[in-house]
Design a protein around this ligand. Structure first.
Ligand code: SF4
Ligand code: SF4
Length: 269
């Protein structure tokens, strides 16, 4: 913050947190350091969340986290990332409702953003067995909610995602530099280098990052996307998933375009 002030540039922060320690004291601490957004992943209601996001000793966390979200008073934007998998799908609407209630009653700028859990090669190697759902199941779940249609990931975009932008990076605790993607940043094969090994030249980093962005944006086989009438909207879906599976990952709205169109019409009146 001192450096930003000295050079007259803006600075604010986002924290990804499990929410377990996000009480009022922590919120005040973060706000004083200009953290403007907190992203809190929830893997489902109650036991569904506790099955995957428990304490190191196995204890539950859901009630503490929801209690924190209900009790805090904050000007931060709180994004509850609702991770959807086969175990959390059924009670997905209840979580949205619980979060909406907090927004209504506390005036918190809080929102539930559903996100489909993906299977990654690094996750499988770690023994991840989370039962995932298909894009079609995901879209059907979203269609049952009042979430804005634009959250169904099918609006025109300038790039498929932040991972495909050369000026956005993720740096891990060992100084490895990755494309900006929290799903794949534990997989060394997507790293573009390590800050400690770097020659210090900004130009060298930029060309490495541009090279990686190009690989992500333009895979060898683009024939299916090039023949698709939705191309200008989705730009080929998740680029890393496409590399891993060899197939584009079509946006969920594609599986129920009527529901998507109706929701969009409602949204714009
Ligand atoms: S690479 Fe895929 S998972 Fe990662 S940010 Fe982009 S769309 Fe999301
Ligand atoms: S990812 Fe699917 S919807 Fe998007 S352009 Fe490719 S084929 Fe079409």
């Amino acid at each position: 913050m001192d450096i930003a002030e000295r050079f007259g540039v803006g600075y604010d922060g986002i924290i990804h947190t499990n929410g377990y320690l996000l009480d009022q004291e922590m919120v005040d601490f973060l706000e004083a350091r200009n953290v403007r957004t907190a992203i809190v992943p929830i893997d489902g209601m109650g036991a569904a969340h506790d099955a995957t996001r428990h304490l190191a000793g196995g204890g539950p966390t859901f009630d503490v986290i929801m209690g924190n979200l209900r009790s805090i008073r904050t000007s931060m934007f709180v994004n509850v990332r609702n991770n959807l998998h086969a175990g959390s799908l059924e009670r997905f609407g209840e979580l949205c409702e619980a979060v909406d209630t907090i927004a209504r009653e506390n005036g918190t700028n809080i929102r539930c953003s559903p996100s489909r859990v993906k299977r990654t090669a690094a996750g499988v190697a770690r023994g991840d067995t989370t039962p995932i759902i298909s894009e079609a199941q995901y879209e059907r779940a979203l269609a049952r909610t009042d979430l804005p249609a634009k959250m169904r990931s099918f609006t025109p975009v300038m790039a498929p995602c932040p991972a495909a932008l050369p000026n956005e990076v993720h740096i891990d605790e060992l100084c490895n530099v990755f494309p900006h993607c929290s799903f794949y940043s534990d997989d060394p094969s997507y790293s573009v280098g390590n800050l400690l090994d770097a020659d210090g030249s900004a130009g060298a980093w930029l060309s490495k990052l541009e090279e990686r962005a190009k690989e992500l944006c333009f895979p060898d086989d683009q024939s299916r996307c090039l023949a698709c009438k939705f191309l200008p909207c989705c730009l080929g879906g998740c680029p890393i998933q496409r590399i891993e599976s060899g197939e584009p990952e079509c946006p969920s709205a594609l599986f129920d375009p009527d529901a998507y169109a109706i929701a969009r019409v409602r949204e714009v009146g």
